[in-house]
Design a protein around this ligand. Structure first.
Ligand code: 3HC
Length: 295
């Protein structure tokens, strides 16, 4: 199957990026969320990013109009998925919520439709079990910012059909991504590794080994990472990191996913990262940032 109609559930950071990438590749996209303000926020976010690319001379206004014209908004799930070849779910990381969404999708989508979860840490096999079509349920783990980052981890739960995996790999390539297959294991490849990275960096800050800024500088200049671990933790959000770690801890019986106490303290202090302007750094209205003095 050549995927033409894509529905993305959830207009948050990941959902809007996946919708943008799909529309840029020429797919017809429906961006769904439960409230009009959420969908409007997603569309406004995509429009702003694409607007900047026109200012930078990377795209023409006509190209942007074409991309935006391929994205429809919806707050009606049945309507949003009725023509979908491929559904990507990007709702909050809660297993019960995802299972409910997939049970609904199973009833509402056409039989050939593939149902993909963008979960970053939850078991896709458990999500698939909520449907009568586990052979057509798969994981597509995109990376933030999803319109830009090349990788998609294609997560293969128990019971998935080889045809589903192939269509998913082809779809990822069609939208300009590089898919990598991975078994349904906690944190998959990247988050299983990045999890330790976040924890060790925060522990170094707590132990006074170096400042967050110096740890970031060290990893950017010493390991050629585009962002250091503290900047990246700010970018992802401490609440998201805490939730991911707690899920990892649960599914590995504590073998990994031990959250550094500093993240819990930051969350208690109302510091969530870049999303509210307060993380390892303070993000200022003029677009710059300055290190926050933690201790
Ligand atoms: N949302 C959408 N697009 C964004 C963006 C954002 N937050 N930030 C930057 N972009 C786009 C820009 O619009 C630009 O697009 P264009 O080429 O079409 O104009 C492009 O990215 C490059 O941006 P800039 O030139 O402004 O900035 P940089 O070259 O510094 O790149 C970056 C920004 C891509 C964010 C880069 O710093 C980077 O790669 N950082 C690391 C990101 C990373 O590691 N992500 C993975 C996080 S882990 C994860 O996602 C796990 C999952 O479970 C959530």
């Amino acid at each position: 199957m050549d995927v033409k109609n894509v529905t993305v559930l959830g207009a948050g950071t990941m959902g809007r990026g996946i919708a943008q990438a799909s529309a840029m590749a020429g797919c017809s996209v429906v961006l769904y969320d439960i409230k009009q303000e959420f969908v409007d926020g997603g569309i406004a976010g995509i429009s702003k990013i694409l607007g900047k690319s026109v200012e930078k001379g990377k795209r023409t206004q006509e190209e942007v109009d074409g991309i935006m014209g391929r994205i429809k908004k919806s707050i009606d799930l049945a309507e949003a998925v009725k023509d979908a070849d491929f559904v990507v779910e990007a709702v909050p990381e809660n297993l019960d919520l995802k299972k409910k969404v997939f049970a609904d999708l199973d009833k509402l989508c056409k039989p050939a439709a593939i149902l993909a979860s963008n979960t970053s840490v939850l078991p896709v096999t458990a999500i698939a079990s909520a449907t009568q079509r586990p052979s057509k349920v798969i994981g597509t783990h995109f990376f933030n910012p999803a319109a830009v980052m090349k990788l998609v981890e294609v997560i293969t739960p128990i019971g998935v059909a080889e045809e589903t995996v192939q269509i998913t790999m082809d779809f990822c390539k069609k939208i300009g991504k590089v898919p990598v297959k991975c078994k349904d294991t906690p944190g998959f490849i990247v988050n299983a590794l990045l999890g330790s990275f976040y924890q060790i960096a925060a522990q170094m800050v707590m132990d006074g080994v170096a400042t967050a800024e110096d740890i970031d500088t060290a990893m950017k200049l010493g390991a050629n990472h585009p962002m250091g671990p503290c900047e990246l933790a700010d970018f992802g959000g401490f609440d998201i990191i805490a939730n991911g770690s707690d899920e990892m801890f649960k599914y590995t019986s504590g073998k990994s996913g031990q959250l550094c106490l500093l993240y819990r303290k930051m969350i208690e202090a109302g510091r969530l990262g870049r999303k509210n302007g307060k993380g390892f750094y303070d993000y200022l209205p003029d677009g710059t940032k300055k290190p926050f003095k933690l201790f």
